[in-house]
Design a binder for this molecule. Sequence first.
Ligand code: SIN
Ligand code: CO
Length: 381
Amino acid sequence: MLTLNLADFSLEHFMAYYWQQRPVVIRQGFAHFEDLISPNDLAGLAMEDAVESRLVYKKDEQWQAENGPFESYKRFGKTGWTLIVQAVNHYSPEVAELVKPFDFIPKWRLDDVMISYATPGGGVGPHIDLYDVFICQGSGRRQWRVGDKGDHKQFAAHAALLHTEPFEAIIDTELLPGDILYIPPGFPHDGVTLEESMSYSVGFRAKSGCDMLSGLADYVIDKELGKTLLADPKRLIAHHQGQIDASDFTLIRANLQTLLDNDTLMADFAGSYFSKTKCTLDLQPLDEPLETSDLVDMLQQQPLVRTGGLRCFYVDATVVQGVCYVDGERYEFGPDLQQAVINLCDNDELSEALLHAALENAEFSRQFTEWVNGGFWYFRD
Ligand code: SIN
Ligand code: CO
């Protein structure tokens, strides 16, 4: 079990002073840290179709970026290139463990664990991210420069690489195994590898209003909601044919506002939207599906583990009805199962005690058995 050590400040101080506000180096945040995956296994993952990966390097001083899957790495030498693999927590239970020390931030904010393997001189170049990231140094050493937030010009160094102009560093430091660099969105940064290196980036996504409105539009179309027409009975005689006047504008806005003010609709949207994964899950359905009674017997012997990257949430407005959102879908089990739903979503591992009452409920036990048979939760042995 990885434990996050904050030697210089408390977690409360981190959240109040650094989170979303300023970058910071957490020296030896993970004491005696050892790689959670080998460079070879990482390179193997990037050969798979379902896995999102990228190679970044320079050729004749020009930045290059290629998307995986890759067939071989033979054309690369011992320096100057980086392999980046997204959502490795979906594929490796050991890497998924790296999410746990950051459980002081709720899971709906989590994006994924991206891992980079870089050779000396390798890096992705100076850039700005739109998410909070804890870059945990594994094996090797890397020099990191972080600049202040500001009006930094960005440009495409390659069609797939958005870089930022040179910046003045407010942090310029070498990370050793176990050190962590926290960077909030908007701070330019550049990591150059000094010695063959593994970097584990635990990223937390922050959606924009545009992202969410687009998601809400998809949601209302999909669920056939929001069909109420703009209505204007007793309209006054118009004198300006080209005008959308103030009262008409209020009418338009009110129609849309009705959707936003609908707590159940918005809770269902938020739960479904934030429980969708960006990268596909690596689900391993059981070859021989279990009956609920077998599952309950097995659960008495050992806990079930949530598959890496699976997102399950509840929202206060609907959890009273026993509603949860799992992998983008809404499930309703009734008010008696409120606590079970909370246990299901709050815990990475589920013991029999956490689900006991719920497993006596026909609908819950049917759905839960389907989830386990589908690989959403699994027994380690
Ligand atoms: C990397 O690990 O190579 C890049 C991480 C980052 O700068 O966001
Ligand atoms: Co970055």
